[in-house]
Design a protein around this ligand. Structure first.
Ligand SMILES: [Zn+2]
Ligand SMILES: [Zn+2]
Length: 475
């Protein structure tokens, strides 16, 4: 039942097998190898420049080109020593198998090719609206996808080990299957609001990615049910959460787990979540595609040790996606999952009634809110079986005084009143009298430049100088 955890391993094995069935004859000369690359296309490898040139017309035949990856040139596999691929003018189709040449640092396309183009070593369709293949061994750490690109082809960035960050343009609408599979250094990728569609396993085996945000217009994520390990983030063991734009009409995120909007389908679980137990919501009925493949596998880091399957689940296939010994299944007695496990001889489970309560990720839940004067209550539940494990009090908050509010304006003869209330419970905390303003007499104005006292002082000085001047003239 246990299958290999990594697609990378599987693909490498496939390449080795191809070596065994290799049927391309190549002429050995001093520095050049060559052979057929399709019905009317040929390949030539120049050991002096480590350049592989595809010439002729029509489509490249995928099986030939996949085989070339395993050909040995002077003791090295082609995919290790080829430094550059040149696509000739007459090539009309490059199959996906061609991308098996993972370690290429650059692609070059003849400028007069009608179907393809290249820029900075990256392969595009002619008008550069589709990014076909990023050269996986390019040394670039941050790559900015050209503005105007609307689609990233399947496997386009697969195994690009040096990439830490990919900046996507706001023209991008679609990223196809496995596009970033195995980009083990990729930490940063922000999907733009223009995104509408994601293929299968786009971010699987991305071993540095910490979070993923689904923007508001991304309403199609390829049907993960079509394969057991088709999750968008399959085996991405560092991914702690998947977040989503609130106004996304098709999907939602609950505690970092991705669901369809109604919650009936669990689309993707972030493998690197810190929680030790996860309870699948009881809105979910179908787990036949198991979005938890390989969780609990011995060879892989994994925090999840308890997975609770609700009684609403009526479809399950644990053989499709292997769940490792480290992650124990929990469910109710006589539920569908219980019957399924007994029927299939699966023993890696515990009935909820026998829960050992060792799960610490449960947060305090408030059962009675504290008020200004009365304490509240809170409980901590077992995250697996909901048994209450701890109860506690929440201290009364005390009042929160607000601003003074005048409740009665003073008049010339009557005093007024002002109060200070608690902003939470509105109770009056302080009350004060405002003195009567006193017979309508204006209080003396302050000693400003326009005030009467100032005017009087100036007048006195003028009089003083006039008298002084008169006396001076007199004597
Ligand atoms: Zn428990
Ligand atoms: Zn209060």
């Amino acid at each position: 039942m246990k299958k290999t955890a990594s697609k990378l391993t599987a693909t490498a094995l496939a390449l080795l097998m191809l070596l065994g069935v290799l049927s391309v004859g190549f002429a050995v000369s001093a520095a050049t190898f060559s052979g057929s690359a399709g019905d009317s296309a040929t390949w030539e490898y120049d050991t002096a420049t480590d350049t592989l040139t595809i010439s002729g017309t029509g489509a490249i035949n995928g099986s030939y080109m996949n085989a070339y990856g395993s050909m040995v040139f002077e003791g090295k596999n082609a995919h290790e020593c080829v430094r550059s691929v040149v696509i000739g003018a007459g090539i009309t189709d490059i199959p996906i198998e061609f991308y098996g040449c993972w370690y290429l640092p650059e692609y070059t396309v003849a400028p007069n090719n009608l179907n393809f183009s290249s820029e900075n070593g990256v392969l595009f369709n002619k008008d550069k609206s589709v990014l076909l293949r990023y050269p996986a061994s390019a040394s670039v750490v941050t790559y900015t996808v050209l503005g105007g690109v609307t689609e990233i082809a399947a496997q386009a960035f697969m195994m690009s080990f040096n990439l830490n960050e990919v900046l996507l343009p706001d023209t991008l609408a679609s990223i196809n299957h496995y596009a970033f599979l195995g980009c083990t250094q990729l930490e940063q990728i922000l999907l733009p609001d223009s995104m509408q569609r994601l293929g299968l396993e786009v971010f699987s085996e991305c071993l540095s990615l910490r979070s993923l945000h689904i923007p508001k217009n991304l309403t199609t994520i390829a049907d993960h049910k079509s394969m057991a390990d088709g999750s968008l983030v399959y085996l991405s063991y560092t991914l702690e959460e998947i977040t989503i734009a609130e106004d996304n009409p098709a999907y939602k995120s609950v505690d970092g787990v991705l669901f369809n909007k109604s919650g009936t389908e669990l689309i993707a679980y972030p493998y690197g979540s810190q929680r030790d137990a996860y309870k699948i919501p009881d809105t979910v009925a179908d787990l036949s595609y198991l979005p938890f493949s390989f969780i609990g596998d011995d060879s892989l880091p994994c925090n999840l040790v308890a997975l609770v399957i609700p009684p609403t689940v009526a479809s399950l296939d644990l053989h499709l996606g292997y769940i490792g010994e480290k992650c124990v299944l929990y469910f109710e007695r006589d539920s569908y999952a219980h019957q399924y496990c007994m029927e299939k001889g699966i023993t890696n489970y515990v009935l909820l009634e026998d829960c050992p309560h060792g799960f610490t990720s449960g947060n305090w839940e408030t059962t009675q809110t504290a008020t200004c004067t009365a304490p509240g209550e809170r409980i901590k539940k077992c995250t697996v079986c909901d048994a209450v494990l701890e109860t506690g009090t929440i201290p009364a908050t005390g009042h929160t005084p607000g601003q003074w509010e005048i409740t009665k304006q003073p008049t010339s003869t009557e005093p007024g009143e002002r109060v200070k209330k608690c902003t939470v419970c509105k109770i009056v905390l302080e009350r004060e009298t405002i003195p009567a303003t006193g017979g309508g007499v204006q209080p003396p104005k302050p000693n400003t430049i326009f005030g009467t006292k100032w005017k009087a002082t100036v007048l006195n000085w003028i009089l003083f100088f006039l008298c002084f001047g008169w006396l001076w003239m007199w004597f």
